[in-house]
Structures are given as structure tokens and as C-alpha cells.
Design a protein around this ligand. Structure first.
Ligand SMILES: *Cc1c(COP(=O)(O)O)cnc(C)c1O
Length: 434
């Protein structure tokens, strides 16, 4: 049968093909043609090669009961287990329990940017490995367990390798992750510290990703769960938790505008999916919202296509300090374009200098130290406000997806002590600070 053919060519594990139970998940369905497949470690449609995503039997009918159940759940992503492809007892298993990070009402920043509506920063630097990637990896670990994989792997722009390393360590799985050779020290050390194998590839992320696709089809990758390749449909669902948390933290209310960074575009597309689910489940009141995507100018294939009015995303060779977003050939690029256009949003980019300025602006106004991806997102929000594209009177949420301590290199050359002095009061006064 066709499905079996895909499974055997994508590194199937022992239990692949047999029926597995992942909570409310009932099947995989093709985003392009709608064809359905049993839950398994597959990611592309055998009919049309479109990407597969998880289809659910969601708990409709009693929104008040569901809301109470969620609110009584743990202070992490597993409070939303009834809406995720995970077993009901997931919270009791060894895992790193990411999520329920702070939604910071950024009044100082709002004042500085001339925003009169509510401005919030969803600060995902507070996750266990200090980026949003813990959310997606947590789903992939459950899928890996269900399919009997014992090695977790990924192609990574840096944060993902760290999240996989930590989650595998906690779950008692082996990990072997792949990164481009030229990442920041903070990301490399975090990816290696958890004890799994880490392989640096001489090439860009897109080369790393291509290599992983080859490895999946090779006996060397047999029995491996690649979180963002053969487990991608499950992995991607983790980003929905950002949508759930933002709305719950706003008092079960949709924001009017969201500004979201784009690497592969998976996060942005699944935040939209999560918002639509909350509306369908009756957990929030239906109203329009606009989704804005953010890229770095040095890797802006999606914003370039958006501005040119194209439906296809032409690959680029990345050159930017925002390395976590440096994917030149983003898998979900066309879907991001669809969502930005359908919701009345936009996709914009900023240059590296604007990224650094935005990192400093957020730190100076709100005490939040963002990594370069956060600088890209806030920099784009600022630019869209200046261009009159973002409405300053509405409720806006800007995502910070990672921690500035991992990308010190970006700000270190222009950040340091105000003065270096001898330990004397005279010297302090001479420095003009007393
Ligand atoms: C991976 C990543 C993203 C976005 O990833 P997608 O591939 O678009 O889902 C955003 N911010 C940070 C810090 C990341 O590491």
C-alpha cells in the first residue's frame, strides 16, 4: 500500500504502521489535497507531496467545561493536552514541561513607540532551554515514544538542537542533532551540554536540512525520529500552544494584531491554526485578527515574495546576525503568505542594525533581553507602526522567541561598562557619574 511505501522510505520504527493513540489526534491530513493517512512517522502526502498535518476529534460542545479543565491544568503546555497530539497522561511522564511563559504588558515600550492600545510581549525566553522550540520538541517526543523511536534528531538553526538535547536527556532517549558550523557559541554549547551527539555541518541550514533528508532514507538513520522532518506534523502542533496561552492570558480574548518571526514559517502557520481552533471551540469570541510575519533583511524570502505579490517563495542564501531565522528555503513560506494576506496582515523585514537597536529598545524599556529573533520581530513591529501598517490603537502581541544570552555576539561590540575606573570616589566623580 502507498502509505507503507512512504513509511519504509522515511526511516520507520518498530511500531510504525500499527495503530497508535495520541489523544484527540485521529489522522494526518494533506494540507493540499485533504487526503487522510493513519497516524505515523510520515510528513508528505503520497498523492501530491503536500505537507501533512494532524487532524483531530476535538472536544466541542461544552466550552465552559473545557475552559475550566484547562484552567485547572498544570502551569505549562500540558494544560492544553485535550487539544494536542499527546496521550492524556502526558504530564506524568518525564519531560521538560515548557510553556505558560509570561505575557508582559509593555507599557513603557508602548509609550516609546506611540502605541495607545495594549501592547504585549509574549516572552518565550522563559522556556526550559530559553527558546520557543521546547514547545514543539515536547510534542515530537510524545510522537517518538508512540512510534517506538529511541534516537531523536533534527536539523537546527541552533535553538532546536538545544531543545532536542534537553528533552531527549529527560526522556531517556539518545539524541544526535545537526547544526550549521558557524553558529553562536551560546547555541553550540547549549546544544552540546545535555550529552547527546551534536554534528556541525560545513554549510548553511538548508544544506543541513538536505543532509538530514538523505539520512532519513539511509540505513544510518533507521529508527530515528527527526523532530522537524518525519515527526514534523506533530512537532508543528506545539506552536498552537502560543496561540492558546496568549488568548488565555488576555482573559480568553483574541488579540487584534500579532507579530511573529519566520524561519520555516511553521510557528506562524500553527499560531493561526490555534486561534482558529479556539474560535471553533467557543473558547474565545470570534472576531477578525491580523497576522504579521517578521524576517531579517539578510534572509527575507517570504517578505520579498509578499511585497512582490508573488505566491511562490524564491530561496535565498542567508546572511544575517539573526541565525535562528536563517532559513533560505522556508517549507511553510507559501502558507505564511496566504495567512498574512487572508487576515489583512503583512510580512516585513529589518536590517541587522535595526535588529540590534530593537534588542536594546526592549531591554531598556521592559527589562527583557531578547535574542536576535526577538530583535527582528520587535524591529519589524516598529517599522510597521512607523509605516502606518500596524494600528497603534489596537491590542497587539509581539513575540520574543528566544533569550539574548544565546546571541551575546550581536550586542557585545556595542554594549559594556559605562566607565572603567579605579576603586576611588575621586575616580567615580571624574567619570562624571556622581
Ligand atoms: C526556530 C525559531 C523561530 C521560528 O521557527 P519556524 O521555523 O518559523 O517555526 C523563531 N524564533 C526562534 C528563536 C527560533 O529558534
Amino acid at each position: 500500500m502507498a502509505v507503507q511505501a512512504v513509511e519504509s522510505s522515511t526511516g520507520s520504527a518498530g511500531s510504525a504502521g500499527s495503530s497508535v493513540s495520541l489523544g484527540p489526534a485521529v489522522a494526518l491530513s494533506c494540507r493540499e489535497c485533504g487526503e487522510r493517512f493513519p497516524l505515523g512517522p510520515i510528513f508528505a502526502c503520497v498523492e501530491c507531496f503536500g505537507p501533512l498535518e494532524v487532524a483531530y476529534d476535538l472536544p466541542t460542545g461544552d466550552p465552559e467545561g473545557l475552559r475550566k479543565r484547562i484552567e485547572a491544568g498544570p502551569n505549562n503546555i500540558w494544560r492544553y493536552a485535550p487539544l494536542l497530539p499527546v496521550p492524556a497522561d502526558v504530564a506524568d511522564k518525564p519531560n521538560i514541561n515548557p510553556g505558560f511563559t509570561k505575557l508582559v504588558k509593555a507599557d513603557n515600550l508602548a509609550r516609546e513607540l506611540g502605541v495607545t492600545g495594549e501592547l504585549h510581549i509574549k516572552d518565550d525566553s522563559g522556556n526550559p532551554t530559553h527558546s520557543f522550540k521546547d514547545r514543539v520538541v515536547a510534542q515530537a517526543v510524545e510522537a517518538a515514544r508512540a512510534f517506538g523511536f529511541t534516537t531523536l534528531s533534527c536539523s537546527s538553526t541552533g535553538n532546536l538542537a538545544g531543545a532536542v538535547g534537553a528533552a531527549a536527556a529527560r526522556a531517556g532517549l539518545r539524541s544526535c542533532t545537526f547544526i550549521p558550523h558557524d553558529l553562536e557559541q551560546g547555541k553550540v554549547v547549549m546544544a552540546a551540554i545535555y550529552g547527546g551527539d551534536l554534528v556541525a555541518i560545513e554549510g548553511t541550514y538548508d544544506d543541513v536540512n538536505r543532509f538530514c533528508s538523505e539520512l532519513i532514507g539511509d540505513p544510518a538513520g533507521e529508527g530515528w525520529g527527526f523532530v522537524n522532518v518525519n515527526l514534523r506534523p506533530y512537532y508543528a502542533e506545539g506552536s498552537k500552544t502560543l496561540a492558546y496561552e496568549i488568548c488565555e492570558q488576555l482573559g480568553w480574548r483574541l488579540p487584534d494584531q500579532l507579530v511573529i518571526p519566520i524561519a520555516s514559517g511553521s510557528q506562524l502557520t500553527k499560531i493561526d491554526k490555534g486561534l482558529k481552533e479556539l474560535i471553533a471551540l467557543g473558547l474565545v469570541e470570534d472576531k477578525p485578527y491580523k497576522i504579521f510575519g517578521a524576517q531579517a533583511e539578510g534572509c527575507s524570502p517570504v517578505s520579498t515574495a509578499f511585497k512582490a505579490g508573488h505566491d511562490v517563495v524564491r530561496p535565498q542564501k542567508p546572511n544575517t546576525i539573526a541565525k535562528s531565522l536563517a532559513i533560505g528555503n522556508p517549507a511553510d513560506g507559501p502558507y505564511v503568505l496566504d495567512i498574512a494576506r487572508r487576515t489583512g496582515g503583512a510580512v516585513e523585514d529589518v536590517n541587522d542594525e535595526q535588529v540590534v537597536d530593537a534588542i536594546k529598545l526592549l531591554a531598556r524599556t521592559e527589562g527583557i533581553f531578547a535574542e536576535t529573533a526577538g530583535g527582528v520581530t520587535l524591529g519589524v513591529a516598529k517599522k510597521l507602526l512607523e509605516n502606518g501598517v500596524l494600528d497603534p490603537t489596537l491590542t497587539t502581541v509581539v513575540l520574543n522567541t528566544g533569550d539574548g544570552l544565546k546571541t551575546l555576539d550581536a550586542v557585545a561590540p556595542t554594549t559594556g561598562p559605562t566607565a572603567v575606573i579605579r576603586p576611588s570616589l575621586d575616580a567615580f566623580r571624574e567619570a562624571g557619574l556622581g
